[in-house]
Structures are given as structure tokens and as C-alpha cells.
Design a protein around this ligand. Sequence first.
Ligand code: 2NL
Length: 369
Amino acid sequence: MVDTAALLSESLAAIAACDSSTALEEQRVTLLGKKGTLTEALRTLGGADPETRKTLGAALNQIKEVITDAIEAKKLELAGRELDARLKTERIDVTLPARPIPNGRIHPVTRVIDEIAAIFAEMGFTVATGPDIEDDYHNFTALNIPESHPARQMHDTFYLGRQWTVDGEQKNNRQPSTINRPLLRTHTSPVQIRTMQNGKPPFRIIAPGSTYRCDSDITHTPMFHQVEGFVIDQHTHMGHLKGCVTEFLKAFFELDDVPVRFRPSFFPFTEPSAEVDIGCKRGKDEIKIGAGEDWLEVMGCGMVHPNVLKNCGLNPDEWQGFAFGMGVERLAMLKYGIPDLRTFFESDVRWLRHYGFDALDISSLPGEL
Ligand code: 2NL
């Protein structure tokens, strides 16, 4: 005869005594498994008389249910405790400073683009990008650059691919015709052209990226970087342009008061156009920015030409704005005292170790101010 009361109390005590999920699982098999205590007890019912079978059967099934519930509850309790223990031993302090990364530096071009983007972000500009491979229309025509403009000549622009004549005869890469041939963008203006064509004004965009010109000497590399930007609105005027550019230069060169001069100039895509100079003092081997009797050209700008607006589907009687463009390498050389442009693209790790920036030093200007 099975002592049900003892079976129940002993089973519950054994379950309560389990101190790990593994021990509990072993206990579950001992009690409820194929050869478990309770399973065996239930099996003895076969030989019992009908009355005993009925009462004992009911009691054993009830005990089985209580034990099953107790095991489930214990399982949850142990799982919770084991998780707590794991979290305690595997805890990591995310506030600890990261270990320094011994190799890998941020290139000055990347750094300066990040700084410029951060300054313009504070003024409400967003970053737009576009393809390096462009077509004549987006790189020249839409920008009011005439067919005869020297920049369109083979020797100033990298034209790609081959050209097919009307009768399908292939001409080689040296053929002088440049009509409709893909090209490497010579400035990032096509990004703004695409922005105007595909979006709805007002716009406040900067377009950083690689640009290409067929030119290579001490002050030119065939690939270089530009940041262009523009604001198109209904009432944006030359005063906004001057304020925006001046604030940018103050933030970029980290000077409270920098002399800025707007000198009349010409670009086919702006009218009026200006070149921007900042005050500086030229020493024997260095240029000190911010004061002095000399001037240094740092960027170009102007009011977007009505023809450019028209070419992009905007009504110049309704929309107007300013645009500007700057050379990233030139600004990097001035700000960080890098003397030679060509070293930027020599991939010399010693140069990068010296002029590059720590990957974890993310103090691009405005956040730091
Ligand atoms: C420079 C001068 C400039 C622009 C770029 C621009 C773009 C559009 C319409 C009108 Cl879509 N203008 N860009 C305007 C003036 C100057 O760059 O010296 N860059 C290095």
C-alpha cells in the first residue's frame, strides 16, 4: 500500500532541496520519469482491488499534478536565480574608456569633411550625395556652362568609355568628341542639380565628395574633394550668404573674429559671384590665419543663376538662393599645417600617423564648443 501523504511530502521536500536546473531535472525523472516513484506507484494500481484502485488512483493523480506544478514553479525560480548569477559574473562596465586602437587613423580629408558637415548641420543643412560618374547634362549643361567652355574640353575633364557613331562604328577613347559621354564629375554641383530635379524646395543641402580633373602638378591632384552647398528658398539673399559663410569660417578655423572679404568674381552658375578671402599673415614657412595684412582665398560662392533654377524646373521668379563651394584638401592644409598636397594620396602610413586623427576622437567642432 502506498503512503500517499509521505510520498507527497517527500517529493515536495526533494523538489525544494534542488539547487540547480540540472538537479531539478534529475529529480523530475526520479519522480515522474518512466521508472519514477510516482509512475511505479501508479503501475501498482493494476493489481489492486477496484475500490482501492479508484481512491488511490485519484489520490496519486492529484499528487502527480501537485508535483508537476511544484517542479514548474521551482524551474522558474531556479532559472531566474541562475540568470541573476550570470548577469553578475558576466557584467561589463560600458562606461569604461575603450582600449586605444594602436593602428588606423582618420585621414585629414575625412576629418575635415566631418567637421564641415557638423558645422553646417548646426545651421540646418543636411548632407546629400550622388554618383562620381556623371553625364554632361548634370555636370555642365544644367549648370549654365556653355558648350564651348574650356572645362568641357577633353584635357580638363576625364571622359569615360567609348563613343559610338551613328552607323555603329566604335571610336576609341582618344576621339575628341565628348558629346553624351559619361565623365567623372569635376565638382559636386551635380548633386545639387539632382536634389533640385528630384525634390521640392526649399532646400538646404551640403554635398561633400570626390571630384576629378585632368590636372596634376604640385598644387593639383587628378582626384580631390569638395564640399558644395546651397540654400534655395523664397527670400534668401546675398546677406544670408555672407552671414552663413562668415559663421562657417569662424567655426571651422575656431576663431571668434576672422576678417572675411567677398571679392567679385565669375562662375557661370552664379550671379553675382564672389570669391571669399580670409585675413592672414604670411610668415617665412607658415601662414597664420585670422589677422594680418594679407588675404587668402578659401572658397567661392554666389547667388544661384536663374538659368540653373530654370534648368531644374524651378521658377526663378518664385525661388532663389545662394551656393558655395570649397576645396577640402586646401582647407585641411591651412587648418592643420600640411605643406604638400600630393602627400594626401601617397598612402604613406608614416604621413597618416603624423597628420591623421584618432578614430575615437570624434570631437568634430560644434559638439565641442
Ligand atoms: C569654388 C567655387 C562654387 C557653386 C560652387 C553651385 C551649385 C549649383 C548652383 C550654383 Cl547647383 N552654384 N555651386 C557656386 C559658387 C562657387 O564653388 O571655388 N569651389 C572650390
